[in-house]
Design a protein around this ligand. Structure first.
Ligand code: UDP
Length: 493
């Protein structure tokens, strides 16, 4: 029997089984605990939407800081659109309150990562106890925790805890090998000169499932000389203590995109669910106010003529990098829509600098503070994407079939960039220091190269197949739903 038939039959079997479970069981209740950052809250909300559609009750746990931001950007009733089975609870992140002019900025990554890991268990325990007593919600049946919120496995809450790694499989698998990189002496670096003396080009070819990687393609926290580095140690703890305690691993990716890595992860974590690309949620989780005017500007542009430029929610650039990007875009001669977050520049008004440049190129360039990126990428006027290669942005580009100019900033964005350029072959990397000449070269390439566009269109098709009827991600989602409905920790399969 052809493989696709076997898969379809399996899927039907699972669906039948699920229907019988749904009919027989009380409403399952999943508690979702994302890392407090945009790139984590968004995929968690997307997962929540899928679970709600399958009759789950979902409790969504936010930090107080981000709950306030969401109320400001989306209004206090932002969660109501998700329906009565969706409730939001908050816990403190353990950090001192931000000054009044920093209420809407991305928090420092190591500070918030360390703080939640070391202070959130108590408030989370109280929340679980409160949910256990609440008369109006069904009993909690599972926890879906971000890998970065490992306090959820510090204690036994008597329900299975699944980890949702919101990054790529290649990035996640790289993180899980940090302990090996340390024991083999690759990191911490001997001294600062190792950052520039060619050492980062050392091939790392001994990790099953990972292809074509050099040390520089590993998540950037290996680029430290400090054995006590906060991120290095948090990631080692996640790999050695937290992840082995979880009941299963969820990834926002799909088999055709990351098959060899997924097979390697599965050999260590058999309860693996690759359920991506997760579809957009009808409820927006934007921590910034979304400006929609840019969609009207796009409506007025010719088809496939615009480069979208967006560095996500965390990236911070220097004034000189910003100017090189701006002049590189100007020199490219192409139309562009650039999302310039208010805190893109650590000190200074990035939008003012970019707008000044955009004025010089007339209506060929548009600048926005924060847009609905997925809709921008989906717009027929958009041709390509200049991105920092955050995993959500990368996947959104794959889903919309857009080739990428890659400028990875930090974390596993370097790994994603390597896969975009060398494995999936839909990316062109801005190499070395940003210069306007290099930006111009990459933009011109990505806007003109028919092979890049053809491959991007193929990946778009494969992403659609994965999430369609009988697709690999659909089947994994069905399996995940069954696992999340099994209340006993021992019965997870
Ligand atoms: N995003 C958006 N509008 C913007 C910038 C970003 O909607 O102007 C969204 C983007 O679509 C993605 C998320 O914010 O879903 C950013 O996540 P990603 O993993 O790409 O990067 P991070 O922000 O974590 O660095």
């Amino acid at each position: 029997m052809p493989i696709h038939r076997i898969r379809a039959a399996d899927a039907r079997g699972i669906q039948k089984y699920m229907s019988s479970l749904i009919a027989a069981e009380p409403q399952p209740h999943a508690v979702l605990v994302p890392v407090p950052a945009q790139g984590h809250i968004t995929p968690f909300l997307r997962l929540a939407t899928l679970l709600l559609a399958r009759r789950f009750h979902v409790t969504f746990v936010l930090t107080e800081y981000n709950a306030r931001r969401l109320a400001r950007s989306r209004g206090h009733e932002w969660a109501a659109a998700a329906g009565p089975s969706f409730s939001v609870e908050t816990i403190p992140d353990g950090l001192p309150p931000p000054p009044s002019d920093k209420q809407d900025v991305t928090q420092d990554v190591p500070a918030v990562a360390l703080s939640v890991r070391s202070t959130c268990l108590g408030p989370f325990r109280d929340l679980m106890a409160r949910l256990g007593r609440a008369p109006d919600v069904p009993p909690v049946t599972s926890i879906v925790s971000d890998g970065g919120m490992g306090f959820t496995v510090d204690e036994d809450f008597d329900v299975p805890v699944f980890f949702f790694f919101t990054h790529s499989a290649c990035g996640g698998w790289s993180y899980l090998h940090y302990p090996d990189l340390i024991s083999r002496g690759y990191t911490p670096l001997k001294d600062e000169s190792f950052l520039t003396n060619g050492y980062l080009d050392t091939p790392i070819d001994w990790i099953p499932g990972l292809e074509n990687l050099r040390l520089r393609d590993f998540p950037t926290f290996v680029r430290t000389t400090d054995p006590d580095d906060v991120m290095l140690n948090l990631i080692v703890r996640r790999a050695t203590v937290d992840a082995p305690r979880c009941a299963g691993l969820i990834l926002n990716t799909f088999a055709a995109l990351e098959g060899p890595v997924l097979a390697a992860i599965r050999s260590k974590y058999p309860n693996l669910y690759a359920i991506g690309p997760l579809p957009s949620s009808p409820v927006s989780s934007s921590l910034w106010k979304v400006e929609v005017d840019c969609l009207r500007w796009l409506d007025a542009q010719p088809d496939a003529s615009v480069l979208h430029v967006n560095f996500g929610s965390i990236t911070v650039v220097t004034k000189s990098q910003l100017k090189e990007f701006a002049w590189g875009l100007a020199r490219s001669g192409h139309r562009f829509l650039w999302a310039v977050r208010p805190d893109l520049l650590r000190d200074g008004d990035a939008a003012a600098i970019v707008k000044e440049m955009a004025a010089k190129v007339g209506d060929r360039g548009a600048v926005v503070g924060w847009c609905d990126q997925q809709r921008v990428l989906a717009h027929p006027a958009t041709a390509a994407f200049l991105s920092h290669c955050g995993w959500n942005s990368t996947l959104e580009s794959v889903v919309e079939g857009r080739p990428v100019v890659c400028w990875p900033f930090f974390a596993e964005q370097q790994t994603n960039c390597r896969y975009l350029c060398a494995t999936w072959r839909i990316g062109v990397e801005i190499s070395g220091e940003v210069t306007q000449e290099e930006v111009e070269r990459c933009v011109r390439t990505v806007m003109a190269d028919e092979e890049l566009k053809r491959r991007a269109a193929e990946w778009k098709e494969k992403a659609r197949d994965a999430t369609g009827p009988g697709g690999s991600s659909t089947t994994d989602l069905d399996r995940l739903v069954v696992s999340l409905m099994q209340t006993s920790k021992r019965s997870v399969s």
